[in-house]
Write a protein that binds this ligand. Structure first.
Ligand code: GDP
Ligand code: IMO
Ligand code: MG
Length: 430
């Protein structure tokens, strides 16, 4: 049986949510394996819009098991609110349809405060984070002082865990001029949310392995994108987790051999939110047009996304690092009506040609893109559901992308709507 990992292959917001929702029809279990509610995944189904942050994009389809794996950092207050919002849209969420790994680290209010305090302090430290406490929560996980889902079940353990975290955080907060955390108020808040969170808690690693042995299909849903990966991204302008496909195994507790297909989600152009290098960024009318046609505003923070031409160098690199088997190319319709389109095929570094993005920050800032120009198309691709509906120039563009990134297109998306999707190769096919 095939298990599929979906990962972003650029700087996030590639359309992972739409594709995961579409693919989830073929899956039995949908599992998030990293990130937190910094993610913003928009699904459009028959005109109804669902905005998901912490919940897996599989929840919207009934009859599936959605899983939050241990690789995620979870804000329990946010999750309870998100469940309410999505339920109000008519989606059923119960302990039968949602399971949270017992070893999932929890995001505390002081993580968000620390994140925002650092971001506000001075421009040198600014990353342009979502301000949701993601980085500080992962720091505490690695620092062995985080509070985890299972800790909510025993009051004595919970108190110990809170005290352990506060030794560190109160010292840090004093240095930043923040008040000490009110221990009793925090414990009271944790005790209040504990029963609701614990109702969903379970041994995810065990359930996933049982499901796998029973021949069920698991769809692993990544958040963010490979260029925001803590190791392989444009460090330090990255998120604090591994966002690449290998994380699907460690972020849920299945072996790497259980992954049969890695689907990289790739936008037909490039966007990024927050600070950091972006070689093909456009400051001109073309960039403006991409942003307007693509509605490039963040789902989580509402910030305007930076836009630029498709960068084949970056996507070839991220497809390699995630072992991408095939890509889903999204938002092709946004390119409708351009006279000409550019694709970055290499970088010029002081006269030297590079076929990859170097690691050093000063070099990343200095590379200039080398472009190839392709003819645009005037006909509409919006809502196309078969290759036959695509203008010849659009097909040429897609074929050139495949060639340059050295990876085939498995799916093509032509609008935000679930069914405006062209299937080329079924990732779940055995
Ligand atoms: P994610 O974070 O990767 O799930 O992506 P987001 O949901 O943050 O951003 C993608 C946006 O593009 C959403 O508003 C989607 O509804 C929309 N979208 C997805 N696929 C397409 C497409 O093929 N065409 C157009 N025009 N919009 C799309
Ligand atoms: P989805 O899943 C785009 C970016 C932030 C910032 C950096 C670090 O919707 O693709 P963080 O709050 O994670 O510490 O911020 O990462 N970022 C995203 N950009 N899409 C996302 O998620 C993102 N999640 C984080 O803008 O630059
Ligand atoms: Mg998003």
């Amino acid at each position: 049986m095939a298990n599929v990992v979906v990962v972003g292959a650029q700087w996030g917001d590639e359309g992972k949510g739409k594709i995961v929702d579409w693919l989830s029809e073929r899956a039995d279990v949908i599992a998030r394996f990293q990130g937190g509610h910094n993610a913003g995944h928009t699904l459009v189904i028959g005109g109804e819009v669902y905005k998901l942050h912490a919940l897996p994009s599989g929840v919207v389809r009934g009859g599936k098991l959605s899983v939050i794996g241990n690789g995620v950092v979870l804000d329990p207050w946010h999750l309870i609110q998100e469940i309410e919002t999505i339920r109000a849209q008519g989606v059923e969420i119960t302990p039968q349809t949602l399971m949270i790994a017992e070893n999932t680290p929890l995001i505390m209010p002081f993580h968000g405060e620390l994140d925002r305090a650092r971001e506000g302090q001075n421009s040198v430290a600014k990353i342009g984070t979502t301000g949701r406490g993601i980085g500080p929560a992962y720091e505490d996980k690695v620092g062995r002082r985080v509070i985890r889902v299972a800790d909510l079940a025993d009051d004595a353990t919970l108190e110990l865990r809170v005290d352990r975290a506060l030794v560190h955080h109160n010292a840090l907060r004093a240095g930043l001029g923040l008040e000490a955390v009110n221990r009793d108020a925090l414990l009271a808040e944790l005790r209040r949310v504990a029963p609701e969170i614990l109702a969903y808690a379970g041994p995810v690693w065990k359930v996933l392995n049982e499901q796998r042995k029973a021949g069920r299909r698991i769809l692993f849903e990544g958040a963010q994108g490979a260029l925001l990966d803590i190791d392989f991204g444009t460090y330090p302008y990255v998120t604090s987790s591994n966002t690449i496909a290998g994380q699907a195994a460690t972020g849920t507790g299945i072996g790497p051999g259980s992954i049969d297909f890695v689907l990289g989600i790739v936008k037909a152009y490039t966007t990024r939110v927050g600070e950091g290098p972006f070689p093909t960024e456009l400051d001109d009318a073309d960039g403006q047009r991409l942003g307007e046609r693509g509605h490039e505003f963040g789902t989580t923070t509402g910030r305007k996304r930076r836009c630029g031409w498709f960068d084949a160098v970056l996507v070839r690199q991220t497809c390699a690092v995630s072992g991408v088997s095939g890509i889903a190319l999204t938002k092709l319709d946004v390119l409708d009506g351009f006279e000409e389109l550019k694709i970055c095929t290499g970088y010029d570094l002081d006269g030297e040609m590079l076929d990859y993005l170097p690691t050093a920050a000063d070099l990343q800032a200095r590379v200039t893109p080398v472009y190839e120009t392709l003819p645009g198309w005037q006909a509409s691709t919006a809502g196309a559901r078969s290759w036959a509906d695509l203008p010849a120039e659009a097909i040429k563009y897609v074929r050139r992308v495949e060639e340059l990134i050295q990876c085939p297109v498995a799916l093509l998306s032509t609008s935000p709507e679930r069914d405006d999707t062209i299937l080329v190769t079924d990732p779940f096919a055995d």
